[in-house]
Design a binder for this molecule. Structure first.
Ligand SMILES: [Zn+2]
Length: 876
């Protein structure tokens, strides 16, 4: 599954202990025959299924998962006798116990169930959606525990079986499922047709999928596998980019995994209503429409990258997740981390000009930030209830795991790692596996202690910080590396913690040393000394930027590094040093001035990722750390820093300009307009936005969101009205719809933000988008308090729209606050209004508020002094 990206939301986190909620091991399924008949007049469906099971021991009861299903007729055939079964439902555990009079004996049996269910509007199970023209469709979303809402089943990942699906649908509706269509015949009544699908491969229930509605497609083929990209009527042309990406990925993965795509065909569909980002159902991947379809002429660089990486992610799952599946949800990281790791690997190979090797370092920096909370969790985490399982789909399962896999790949070497992965997939194809299986195979293939390294990263929470000191004697250096757990919480960081990691560390020395100045070691103790030839003015402790740890340096070393940062370090390493320097500021190991001096050191850098590290922190400082007395001085410093770059880039792309430059422009201009409050930039943003509202093609799409955001921050009701009118216009493209939509949360005027909040919960906004909009107002410094009032006074509406799945997004977004009173208010409110899927999320948000408050108290005066010194030095 792919989390939501459109709102830039940090979604889902979690926990609490609950009773085990697993099926007893009395029978296992081998095959399901299921017939679905959706009724779009009554918004419900009829189902009929026959489950072939193997009974494992004498029993008179079989337990299945089932939720919101009405059982009409249930029988069990065994030993030539058909018995009526009595069905007892346990709503809380989402189970149905089928009891028969005569005990079933070990061996084959058949469960036959006729039932009905509702086409719900909760975006889970088999649910109802509507396209732009209000035509209804039915579609499934099962991961993690919602297949049981569409058919009674052994709804746990280890119960793999084959599926024979058939559907009775309106005659003009398309029907798509996991397998190929084997027959499509009129009937059984007038105006209907019956579509039968081939038997699927052996797979888990959460990967079954079905869509019924008015859809059209473009098609192609790669490595002999037919591929179709579907969307609502009138949108098929927007699927051509996705088709191109998926053809590349098919060939790339066939080669990489050493196993040909294991299913007969691939369908992909963009859906107007979809809760996650995308879902890797076997042979039939479902997406949010905006994460699959795009108009190449008007889509931004970021959107092209997003769509490509989401497709790569879901297709990688066809091997890693679908062909080989984790035994239980506690190892969901094997699925999600691997697919996330593979996104940049595959797309980076397709578009080297996107420099994903540098973006990887940014992604690792992001994971480290997320993992620096005391309330983080280990990658491997027990989970029993649906709410706990849901909360596992977080930044740890996805991003941290991907970062750790990148480190492992680098430690073993890419080819050895690939061979290990191939071996592992072959050993467990069409079956299930655990974390232990994965690293045992990798250890055997690589002959390196993967089974000792990986558990320290998978079973322990948090991130290590590797501090480096070097002593020169003659023509050699003694490099002392020491490790400790890093916490944003200064008190915890200073107190130290008991974790010990086995860390593959690569170090490099300052200039002159060349490749001989690099060395890779395995740090297994709290502190170890390694010899290096040559001496330098600094040693950088994450050479190649593939390590999952922070690095710590003395202030002298940071200053020396800063002086030669562009010459001495490659772009990914610069990203690491900037992010690690900021982390040191957060715990008082460095002062904010040390970071700002580093920022000055990279001002002539034109690498997007490097300047992103700087500019995002400058925005953060503007939002949280600058006192009102210092604001003008800070803005002036930001303008001095960024104006030369901005002048060079301008607002309009040069002919033949790279995507990297387009993205850089958007980032730098935003910070200049926001943190720097540059009047010229703000004025240009306003003019360009006004023009783009008349003619959307008048602005480069990659810089459009920057212009619109700055225009809104400084905009009035007239602009707001124009945006809303354009957004609702029938000819508006999906890309522009979301551009206008996201801009509505960027205004500064409270009256306008109040309108945005009211709009978010109105029926005009799709439920999939509601919480993202509320969270975006919360993240807007001008709307933070307002949004909080709104959330409290409209909680029942918000919770109802979001449901158990996504109301966690609003809990997570409270991490933007930065004062003690908000900490207490958030804690009090969500203690009273519990969100079961956001128990850990709440603790993390509270911790973030606390550490930000502490940072502000310490670094605001430091910033003030540094600005005064800089002002004096520059004669201001
Ligand atoms: Zn996924």
């Amino acid at each position: 599954m792919k989390r939501i990206f459109l709102s830039f939301a940090f979604l889902m986190l979690l926990c609490g202990i609950a009773a085990a909620q697993r099926l007893p091991e009395s029978a296992v399924p081998e095959n399901y025959q299921i017939s679905f008949a959706p009724d779009f007049q009554k918004d419900n469906f009829a189902g009929e299924e026959t489950i072939q099971v193997r009974v494992l021991k004498p029993t008179s009861q079989i337990v299945l998962n089932s939720a919101e299903i009405n059982f009409e007729e249930t029988t069990v055939l065994s030993g030539g006798t058909t018995q009526k079964a009595n069905v007892a439902l346990d709503k809380e555990k989402e189970m149905a116990t089928l009891s028969v009079e005569k005990e079933l004996q070990p061996g084959l049996a058949e469960i036959h169930i006729k039932y009905t269910g509702a086409l719900n509007d909760e975006l889970r199970g088999l649910y109802l959606g509507r396209d732009k023209q209000a035509r209804k469709y039915a579609v499934t979303q099962f991961e993690a525990t919602d297949a049981r809402r569409a058919f009674p089943s052994f709804d746990e990942p280890a119960y793999k079986a084959t599926f024979d699906i058939s559907v009775v649908a309106d005659r003009d509706m398309a029907v798509i499922s996991n397998a190929k269509i084997i027959s499509d015949t009129p009937g059984p009544v007038a105006e209907k047709h019956t579509v039968k699908f081939a038997t699927t491969a052996k797979m888990s229930s959460y990967l079954v999928a079905l869509a019924v509605g008015h859809f059209e497609y473009v098609e192609g083929e790669a490595d002999g596998i037919p591929i179709r990209v579907w969307g609502p009527p009138g949108t098929k042309e927007s699927g051509t980019y996705a088709l191109e990406v998926s053809k590349w990925c098919m060939k790339y993965f066939d080669q990489y995994f050493g196993i040909k795509y294991p299913f007969e065909k691939l369908d992909m569909i963009g859906l107007p209503d979809f809760s996650a980002g995308a879902m890797e159902n076997t042979g039939f991947i479902t997406y949010r429409q905006a994460e699959l379809q795009l108009d190449e002429k008007v889509a931004s660089v970021e959107l092209h990258q997003l769509v490509a990486t989401v497709i790569a992610h879901e297709m990688a799952h066809q091997w890693f997740g679908d062909l080989v599946t984790m035994r239980w949800w506690d190892d969901i990281w094997l699925n999600e981390g691997f697919a996330t790791w593979m996104e940049s690997k595959a797309v980076g190979a397709w578009k080297p000009e996107w420099h994903f090797e540098v973006a990887d370092a940014e992604a690792t920096a992001g994971s480290l930030n997320y993992d620096s909370l005391n309330n983080t969790r280990p990658i491997h985490q027990a989970a029993e209830t649906p709410a706990q399982i849901q909360e596992l789909f977080d930044g740890i399962a996805y991003d941290k795991t991907a970062s750790v896999l990148r480190m492992l790949e680098s430690y073993l070497g890419p080819e050895v790692f690939r061979l290990g992965v191939n071996q592992y997939l072959k050993e467990h194809a069409y079956g299930n596996s655990t974390a232990g299986d994965f690293w045992k195979t990798l250890a055997a293939v690589s002959k390196k202690p993967v089974d000792e390294v990986m558990p320290t990263f998978v079973n322990q929470p948090g991130t290590p910080m590797v501090s480096v000191h070097s002593q020169c004697s003659g023509n050699a250096s003694a490099v002392i590396l020491s490790q400790t757990r890093y916490f944003y919480d200064r008190a915890l960081f200073e107190a130290g913690s008991k974790e010990l990691w086995q860390i593959p560390v690569c170090v490099k020395q300052s200039a002159g040393a060349g490749k001989s100045g690099e060395k890779c070691v395995l740090l297994t103790k709290k502190s170890e000394t390694f010899e290096m030839t040559g001496c330098g003015s600094w040693v950088m402790a994450n050479a190649g930027a593939r390590g999952y740890y922070r690095t710590g340096y003395s202030s002298d070393a940071v200053r020396a590094m800063g002086r030669s940062i562009e010459k001495g370090l490659d772009p990914a390493e610069r990203v690491v040093v900037l992010n690690d320097s900021w982390a040191s500021v957060r715990v008082g190991e460095q002062q904010i001035g040390d970071f700002l001096a580093l920022a000055e050191g990279v001002q002539s850098d034109r690498t997007r990722a490097v300047l992103s590290q700087v500019t995002l922190k400058l925005d953060y400082i503007a939002t949280y750390l600058v006192s009102e007395a210092d604001r003008a001085g800070y803005q002036q410093w930001v303008r001095r820093l960024l104006t030369p770059t901005a002048k060079e880039l301008g607002w309009r792309p040069q002919p033949g300009e790279s995507d990297e430059t387009k993205s850089l422009r958007a980032r730098v201009l935003y910070t200049l307009g926001y943190a720097g409050q540059d009047p010229e930039v703000i004025d240009s943003a306003r003019r360009l936005t006004e023009a783009a509202l008349v003619d959307p093609t008048s602005i480069d799409s990659t810089v459009a969101f920057t212009a619109f955001s700055l225009a809104a921050q400084n905009g009035d009701a007239a602009l707001y009205d124009k945006l809303q009118t354009r957004m609702q216009g029938s000819g508006t493209s999906l890309e522009n719809y979301y551009l206008y939509f996201q801009t509505l949360s960027k205004f500064s005027n409270p009256k306008l933000l109040e309108r945005t909040l009211e709009y978010a919960i109105s029926p005009a906004v799709r439920s999939q988008d509601t919480l993202g909009m509320i969270a975006a107002v919360m993240k807007n410094p001008a709307g933070g308090k307002l949004a909080w009032q709104f959330v409290q006074s409209h909680w029942s509406d918000i919770d109802k729209i979001g449901g158990g799945f996504t109301s966690a997004e609003v809990v997570g977004a409270t991490n933007v606050y930065c004062d003690a009173s908000m900490h207490d208010q958030v804690q009090e409110f969500f203690t009273e209004h519990k969100v079961p899927t956001a128990q850990r999320t709440l603790k993390q948000a509270l911790e973030s508020i606390h550490t930000c408050t502490d940072l502000k108290a310490r670094q605001t005066p430091e910033l003030s002094q540094w600005l005064q010194r800089r002002g004096a030095a520059s004669g201001k």
